[in-house]
Design a protein around this ligand. Sequence first.
Ligand code: SAH
Length: 404
Amino acid sequence: MSKTVYLKKGKEESLGRFHPWIFSGAINHIDGRPEEGDVVRVLSADGRFLAVGHIQIGSIAVRVLSFQDVAIDRGFWYDRLRVAYDVRKSIGVVRPDADSTEHSSSLNNTYRLVHGEGDGLSGLVIDVYNRTAVMQAHSVGMHVSRKEIADALSEVLDGVIDNIYYKSETTLAYKASEDGGNGFLKGSLATADDIAVENGLRFHVDWLGGQKTGFFVDQRENRALLERYSQGRKVLNMFCYTGGFSFYAMRGGAELVHSVDSSSRAIDITRANVELNFPDDPRHEAFAEDAFKYLDRMGDQYDLIILDPPAFAKHKDALRNALMGYRKLNAKAFEKIRPGGVLFTFSCSQVVTKDNFRTAVFTAAAMSGRRVRILHQLTQPADHPVNIYHPEGEYLKGLVLYVE
Ligand code: SAH
């Protein structure tokens, strides 16, 4: 018997709007005893075909892969990946052949190739760093399909990449470790150069030990914007991770750049990355320290501050505390930033809406009593596209503020 999910009467409505998630409450019954990660067909109560997708345990019960009755095979993965790659080429982020000898911003070999629902592949993330693709599964279905996906990916990126590193121990702890954990599905550490280039700036990618796929690709355009504000400024890059904003600020002509992160591993990589781009440059210093402690003890010398904290709220229940966290953090920056200073402030929590975030920052500004203008409203770049039927995919929010 084929593996089939039957919805309750009337529960097919969200699928009519192409939303890619089916919640467990919408399901009437399941035939064929599928295991978690299997491909299932989804039918309406009266037996009409609706979608095909990966079944999983939890409140999201099915992640839809197609609204057409197609086989989920190598050809399917190939087609989806091919389109994803074409989109990245049209965006203009695939620029591997530019002159790499200068700090020319034309070279770029770092981009997100697959952004989950945004690319019709719910549960899958793939980032490309030079000749290595790092693949991350957020669903058991993608984990089960990883080898088939890697085969299709090798074909789509033939001649473009040499390595595929699979990294799902943090996203699928139980499943990934059961099946041997992180590792190369193509190539090896010996062939994988860990230096990649973003807009002409070089950096080490920490695939093995780092957060996410090893670098925060989603801040590329916001970093480029920061570069334009950096001339002659004293910059504080708070929550710097591996220093992305710092080396852009340096290229932009900052007078000094201080990078702060609580992780000493991140600080070591930040130092190495600055060294790669600006060897022996005395303008940069990095500190492994807690953000709040640093903000409390620092003076008022900074006139360009970046606040890019980790997601304060991972779940809806944590929203109140998260908003309080954003308010406290931003209040410190408003209190200390120099007159005429510019603040780049972000939230990457999916459950925090643009309005929530704006209110938290507004409250922080009001507490300081300073005159504040919104110069830019930032979001994620085009290689992190939002599926129009899945607005939840819009997660990165940023404000650039001028503080009188
Ligand atoms: N801006 C970075 C990404 C930031 S990710 C980039 O462009 O790449 C968030 C970072 O915050 C992580 O590196 C994490 O180590 C750090 N972090 C988390 N809690 C912290 C705290 N209390 N104080 C300082 N850093 C913290």
